[in-house]
Each structure stands twice: as structure tokens, then as C-alpha cells.
Design a binder for this molecule. Structure first.
Ligand code: TRP
Length: 331
């Protein structure tokens, strides 16, 4: 039998889903969902590692879920749910915790960065973050994990934990691979094109949200930081223009070199408006669909519940095996 490979991925519900998340993650997931056995969740438990205002957090998580659907993730094709509604994530995390060393967790770059940035809140969850991620992945026996480069180290830790567990207790987990897209892997901030576009950037001009309206999108691109000179080329000393070319290429499904040709001899001003218009056109149906979904809480709840049930069913199969392997009692 020709079984499909399984993919799993998630995004933390903080801020708003951006053009960067769309090009680097969700739009790829959408394309993959027919060819892979796909599981996409809202990583709400991970988001608790930083302090959240509860009412706002709940609203953001629901909004992200509606945005997943609006961007074309299809509950007929993929399992789509909230991480916090499937208790197997944290249950497996505990057992994995007991097979992960403090040393390796505390060496994670993201842990060190976030500890430095939030020195007043270096909580246990911050260090345990990648172990929860390992549970998310391993409980589904996933083959591939589409993530950004910044998550590569966490994927390596996940593989180490899986291999260690398999060696100690016998073959239990499939050892997953990171799947890092090459095109549009890194979309940068429109205000600082040397930094990644962040969905929680305090400056809303730095990112474009998939639910921004046309006028807002075009305005943000008009204000985008460019470089000196006037050539429209991808080049290391032109991070601003290179970023805009990459965005236009990803949205219009063209090679960056084609985009360079298309705009050769034109000014930055014209190009920025063209990029803005292309992005606005691509996001217009998403914004429309989003309005429809977010107004229908009952539908969102029914999709989320069904997704959680399917996820729990798959995860429980792994968890039962894990509990047995480590010697926990079962009657
Ligand atoms: N840590 C990931 C990120 O910030 C989100 C995430 C949580 C994830 N669990 C996952 C991604 C499991 C892939 C698989 O991007």
C-alpha cells in the first residue's frame, strides 16, 4: 500500500498571521495537504511561555484558527485543532522530559535568547518549550516537519530525544526530518530588512497581516525601507529591495530573476506599489473568507472539536505504547 507521508506543524497564536508566515509556512502547508497526511495545530500551550492577557489571548487563538481556514487549510484534507485541547501533548511531554537533559535544553539558542529578552520571567516552560515540541511531533509518528530555519535546532533535539528513547526502550518513535522550504524561507521586516518579519513586532509597518485591507497593505509597502541606488536586483548589499523581490516572486510564483527582468529600469516607487498591489490581490480572498469564518463561532468550534478528536486518537496510540515501554502500569 502506498501510504502518504505524515507532516505536522503549528504556529504560536501571538500577534497576527503575517505575510512571512503565509509565504514561509501556511501557504506551503496548503499546497502539501493533498499529498501528505497532514496535521496542523495552533500552538497555544507554547505561547503561554510568555505572559499573555487571558481575554486577548483567547481571541487571538480563535482568530488564528479562522485564519488557518481562510488561507485554505481544509478540514476535509487535514487535521486542524488547538494543541491545548489534546491532553496527550503534555502527557507525552512529561515522559520525554525524563529523557531529556537539562544541559541540552539549556543550550538551545531560542531559550538563551528569550531568557535574555525576558529576564524577569525565565519560567520552566521556556526551557521545556522544545520538549513540548518534540511531543507534538513524535506522538504522531511524523515523517516531516515543515518549519522555519529558526526551529532547526529544536528539530535536532527532537530527533536526539527520539533516538535516545528508541535505544533505551526499543523502537517506539519514528525519527522525523525537518522540512525547510528554500523559496521564501525568510521574509524580512519591511522596516528592518535585515531582521525576520515578526508577527509580534511592535511596529505594525514592519509586517503585513494576511487580514490587512488593500489600502493598508499598499501603504505599508510604499513605506517599506529600501536601499541606496535604484536598481531592482537581489544582492547582499540591497536587503530591502531583495526582500521585496522575494515577496513578489513568492506571491506571483515567479523566480526572483524573472522579477528583476520584469522591473528592470523602473524605479523603487513603481516597484513598491506593484508588490503592494500583488500582495493585496492575493490576500483579498483570505480577508473575505476570514470575515465569514470569524463570524461563525459554532462552525469553528465544530471543526476544532473534530480535529482534536482525530489528533487525540492518533496520539493515544503512540502514548499507550510509550507508557508500556517505560513500565507504567496498565490494567
Ligand atoms: N515552535 C514553533 C515555532 O515557533 C511552533 C511549533 C510548536 C511547532 N510545536 C511545533 C512547529 C511542532 C512544528 C512542529 O515556529
Amino acid at each position: 500500500m502506498d501510504e502518504k507521508k505524515r507532516i505536522v506543524s503549528g504556529i504560536q497564536p501571538t500577534g497576527t498571521i503575517t505575510l512571512g508566515n503565509y509565504i514561509g509556512a501556511v501557504n506551503n502547508w496548503r499546497k502539501m495537504q493533498s499529498d501528505f497526511d497532514s496535521i496542523f495545530f495552533i500552538a497555544d500551550l507554547h505561547a503561554l511561555t510568555l505572559r499573555r492577557e487571558p481575554a486577548e489571548f483567547r481571541q487571538t487563538a480563535l482568530s488564528f484558527f479562522a485564519q488557518y481556514l481562510a488561507m485554505g487549510l481544509d478540514p476535509e484534507k487535514a487535521i486542524i485543532y488547538f494543541q491545548s485541547q489534546v491532553h496527550q501533548h503534555t502527557e507525552l511531554q512529561w515522559i520525554l522530559n525524563c529523557n531529556t537533559y537539562v544541559g541540552e535544553a539549556s543550550r538551545m539558542t531560542q531559550f538563551k535568547d528569550k531568557s535574555a529578552k525576558h529576564a524577569d520571567n525565565i519560567n520552566m516552560g521556556l526551557m521545556d518549550y522544545p520538549v513540548l515540541m518534540a511531543a507534538d511531533i513524535l506522538m504522531f509518528q511524523s515523517d516531516l516537519v515543515p518549519v522555519g530555519v529558526d526551529q532547526k535546532q529544536h528539530l535536532e533535539l527532537t530527533r536526539d530525544i527520539a533516538i535516545r528513547f528508541n535505544n533505551r526502550y526499543g523502537e517506539t518513535f519514528k525519527v522525523p526530518e525537518a522540512y525547510i522550504p528554500t523559496v521564501g524561507a525568510k521574509i524580512c521586516s519591511l522596516q528592518d530588512p535585515t531582521a525576520k518579519m515578526s508577527k509580534s513586532d511592535p511596529d505594525p509597518n514592519a509586517y503585513v497581516a494576511v487580514i490587512d485591507d488593500e489600502a493598508t497593505i499598499i501603504r505599508k509597502f510604499k513605506r517599506a525601507v529600501t536601499d541606496s541606488g535604484n536598481e531592482i536586483v537581489v544582492r547582499e548589499d540591497k536587503p530591502g529591495v531583495s526582500n521585496l523581490i522575494n515577496i513578489y516572486a513568492a506571491i506571483c510564483d515567479k523566480a526572483p530573476s524573472e522579477v528583476e527582468k520584469e522591473f528592470a529600469g523602473q524605479g523603487y516607487g513603481t516597484f513598491k506599489i506593484a508588490v503592494g498591489e500583488a500582495v493585496a490581490a492575493a490576500f483579498e480572498p483570505i480577508r473575505r473568507e476570514y470575515a465569514r469564518y470569524i463570524a461563525d463561532k459554532e462552525y469553528l468550534a465544530s471543526v476544532a472539536k473534530e480535529g482534536a478528536q482525530k489528533a487525540a486518537y492518533l496520539a493515544e496510540k503512540t502514548l499507550r505504547k510509550v507508557k508500556k515501554r517505560v513500565g507504567l502500569i496498565s490494567f
